[in-house]
Design a protein around this ligand. Structure first.
Ligand SMILES: Nc1ncnc2c1ncn2[C@@H]1O[C@H](COP(=O)(O)OP(=O)(O)OP(=O)(O)O)[C@@H](O)[C@H]1O
Ligand SMILES: [Mg+2]
Length: 573
């Protein structure tokens, strides 16, 4: 993890700063206590073993045992504190990410694949979690131990320490080479994990189509290919480790051999004791062991670092629409929605050209037009999912640039082209907009729809399954529609919201809308003649242009495009 990523992610969660410093202090104490051990051994050898003073030796042993007891408590406290810091860190990041994602503009979700965003919340969080649980404490204690051991060897004997560290530049070069290779393979391992996951996901969510086309073997072949690449990347990573670790072992043994070789002469001269030599060997091990441990943890560190970078790429995404605009227009103006010379494009191509129209309070408007004409785009502009590139969309006389996102969400209801239900009961889904205030039973009785739900064994408590998978497409749409109606917003937008309903269900719910919400301004995108005939005015779109806006009779008499659409509907109806 680069320093800036690390620092930035640390700064991001201020609530872990204190516990982190506490944990580091405890770990530091632990390292200090650990460094005492070899000193006691050294003294025990020089003054106890060599002098045959067993009482002295026993005292040193007891001291050593005491340090071990202290070390036990300090280490477990340190591990626990670091673990806690890590876990609360990941929890906080996950929450921040979720909150931020929910605030992003709709077009962010249209540009990015759901699978990838979910991966950010799952696999990247998992890698942060692994790092927090295993990596962080190990890396912190390893670094502290290396630092402590370096000071300790120099305290014992400067000359021998310098000699033993002569090998370090070589170790540094080898580590650099290993790191470069590891980084490369690490990326490809991650890359292929993503591919394996997305191939798996496609295989599961597309299972109906795959089985219907008897495509299992082809799908399996594709999966095998991706899985093989993943194996190859992992093998490369194993190869790197297989070359580097034995090398670490060689440097450790070599530096110990060098120390022993020169120590022999120094002991003969009387400038070094046997005890000091033993202490040196202990400290050298304290130096090399965590180094090996660090290399093991390198993968966890890299993985957490790049996950963090990916998380930042989402956190850096600015929600434009929810930030701009603070106005809450008063609902007293008669002109509810007004498009003024609106031009709009999702990307390069302009999909709405110079569209102008005005909708008054309480009007029921239908939008018609061929596939891809721009009907849903108009709906999305009314919902303030986007702002126009040119011209203006006004709500109660105020520009959509100036009005607050919150106002829009509170005053405009929407039934999208693909109806979506949340996991839970029908009741949960119906009262979604205002669980405290809606008295569902009496509302449904008022609008005469209570019987509609008797078809289910558990009535309103019937579970709809994930995304509403346990009810039919039409039923799903009916519930989604009613949910929007019960939200009682000033403006309601239906995008082909009755396409899956039979005529009877459609008219019963449209009647319900009328009873409940006669004050409401509604915009309905529809293909079916009945729905269109119900509307007071019809907006005719063709190739992104507004080509007519009037009542049915006038349009039928004068508008060529409307006449064509009408004769097509007559054929199917
Ligand atoms: N998110 C998007 N990104 C890029 N282009 C888009 C996007 N959504 C729609 N378009 C394009 O904008 C144009 C208008 O699309 P829109 O969804 O408004 O059509 P529509 O009239 O609702 O069609 P349909 O009857 O099929 O629902 C189309 O050419 C479409 O390809
Ligand atoms: Mg559409």
């Amino acid at each position: 993890m680069k320093e800036n990523t690390f620092l930035r992610s640390f700064k991001l969660v201020p609530e872990v700063h204190r516990p982190f410093f506490f944990a580091s202090m405890v770990a530091m104490v632990g390292t200090g206590v650990r460094m005492i051990g070899p000193q006691l051994i050294s003294r025990g050898i020089d003054n106890g073993v060599m002098q045959y003073d067993y009482q002295y030796l026993l005292v040193q042993c007891l001291f050593y045992f005491l340090t071990l007891v202290v070390l036990y408590f300090v280490t477990s406290k340190a591990l626990l504190s670091i673990g806690l810091v890590g876990e609360s860190y990941v929890k906080s990041i996950r929450e921040k990410l979720f909150r931020h994602m929910s605030s992003l503009d709709i077009n962010y979700f249209e540009k990015n694949k759901t699978g990838v965003l979910v991966a950010r919340m799952t696999s990247d969080m998992q890698s942060l979690n692994e790092f927090a649980r295993e990596g962080a404490s190990s890396i912190l204690t390893s670094l502290l131990t290396i630092f402590g051991a370096t000071i300790a060897v120099f305290l014992v004997d400067v000359q021998l320490s310098l000699l033993s560290f002569l090998i370090l530049p070589l170790l540094g070069i080898a580590t650099k080479i290993f790191r470069n290779h590891a980084d490369k393979t690490y990326w490809s391992v991650r890359e292929w994990i993503g591919q394996v996951l997305s191939s798996l996901q496609e295989g599961i969510s597309g299972v109906r189509i795959i089985q219907a086309y008897a495509d299992e073997s082809k799908q399996l072949k594709r999966f095998k290919e991706v899985n093989n690449e993943h194996l190859k990347a992992n093998m490369q990573s194993a190869k790197n480790i297989a070359i580097y670790f034995p090398f670490l072992e060689i440097t450790r043994v070599t530096s110990i051999a060098v120390v022993i070789w020169f120590a022999a002469a120094r002991i003969e001269q009387g400038t070094l004791t046997v005890g000091e030599l033993v202490a040196l060997l202990f400290y050298l091990n304290y130096f090399f062991d965590p180094l090996i441990q660090l290399s093991f943890n390198y993968d966890l560190l890299r993985s957490a670092g790049s996950s963090m970078k990916k998380v930042f790429s989402i956190l850096d995404e600015e929600p434009v629409l929810s930030k701009t605009g603070t106005l809450s227009p008063k609902l007293d103006s008669n002109s509810v929605i007004k498009f003024e010379n609106v031009e709009f494009s999702y990307g390069r191509e302009t999909v709405l050209h110079d569209v102008s129209f005005s909708i008054d309070r309480g009007e029921k408007i239908a939008i018609v037009g061929e596939t891809g004409a721009g009907k849903s785009t108009i709906a999305k502009l009314i919902l303030r999912f986007y702002l126009p590139n040119k011209g203006d969309v006004k709500f109660y006389g105020e520009s959509s640039k100036d009005i607050s996102q919150k106002w829009a969400r509170k005053n405009i209801a929407y039934v999208p082209q693909e109806s979506f239900l949340f996991r839970g009961s029908i009741r949960d889904n119906l009262i979604y907009s205002n669980p405290e205030k809606i008295d569902l039973k009496s509302e449904l009785e008022n609008i005469g729809l209570i019987d509609w739900f008797e078809r289910y064994e558990d009535g309103l408590e019937q579970d709809v399954g994930e995304r509403g998978a346990n009810v039919s497409a039409g039923e799903r749409q009916f519930i989604a529609l009613l949910r929007a109606v019960l939200a009682r917003r000033q403006i309601i937008v239906f995008d082909e919201a009755t396409a899956n309903l039979d005529i009877e269900s459609e008219s019963s719910i449209l009647d319900a809308t009328d009873t409940l919400l006669d004050y409401q301004t509604s915009v309905v995108i529809a293909h079916r003649l009945e729905t269109i005939l119900n509307a007071e005015k019809i907006l005719v779109m063709s190739e992104g242009k507004l080509v007519g806006f009037d009542n049915h009779e006038t349009l039928l008499a004068n508008n060529e495009i409307y006449q064509q659409l009408f004769s097509a509907w007559n054929l199917v109806n």
